[in-house]
Design a binder for this molecule. Sequence first.
Ligand code: ZN
Length: 345
Amino acid sequence: MDKEFLFEMLRTGSVDGNETELEKKIYDHMQGKADQVTVDEMGNVTAIVNPAAQFKVLLAGHADEIGLMVSAVGEDGSLMVRKIGGIYVNTYPGHKVRIYTNSGIIYGAVANSREISKNKELEASGLRIDIGAKDRDDALKHVQLGDTVTFDTDVRELLNDRITGRALDDRVGAFIVMEAVAAAMEKGASVGCYAVATTGEETTGNGAYFTASRVRPNIAIAVDVTYTSDNCDISDAETGEISLGKGPVLCNNPTVHKKLNAFLRAAAEKLGMAVQTEAASGYTGTDGDTMHQTGPGVPFALVSIPLRYMHSPAEVGDLKDIQNCIDLLAEFLVNCTADMELKPF
Ligand SMILES: [Zn+2]
């Protein structure tokens, strides 16, 4: 695995609507690693192996991350914000942040006080970002309404192949799908293999919609992150027993395609790889739902990376799970054939 590129992705800001810098890096990185690399009007980057093949498998990992957006500037020069995606507001006070402006990143501190830290009902509209501006006019020389904001955090290596950083959700997924199609090309896959780093998953799913409705895949696989039950207050009853480092997670739910799960399991068995199983109901809350409902309908599966502390500034994942997920998807792609039977009977 190209760990350096993964870390480069994790260092790059990509709040919904502002994924371009990251997508461009992926576009450049994938040159020569697939037969074709494309970008669409939304910025979705797709790497394609065997573009002429009739039977198409689309793997999607989302490149966007949750965060904040500057919504107003106070007379004192502090920035007001609204949330983009499912943030935990209480994780922001007292943190350094990056504001992604037209002329580059500027830094800020999120105001904190005894009152703020005690406020369990804190809303995004109650956050104030201090960028050091003297007043409103001074701030507006640097920042525009609509600029996006993330925590000012970097990726770090922990013990035992574990890593921590913000928004591993789901830049690890975008990384995995790209590495998987590159590996599938080397292993001689025969079907059309499409890997997309989608935009907008955390808010609208528009990236997955644009891509799936244009590619018109026969099969789609969403690669995202899932809660572990090996820490904090997530219970086995909610997710099934999911642990860090114990392998990619297949989802059992009413919409995930049973035969695709069986094909994925067979690929894992071939590799002697352990996989975990999560139980869910109805929608998966991933790009899988969107791809499933494009065109005439697309059978899909969801493969997830176990992740601790999801949507916090210090998510924790395991590089072994990431590598196993790449290997699993590459093996799956190589085993796919144009005549694979997907009907249940
Ligand atoms: Zn996600």
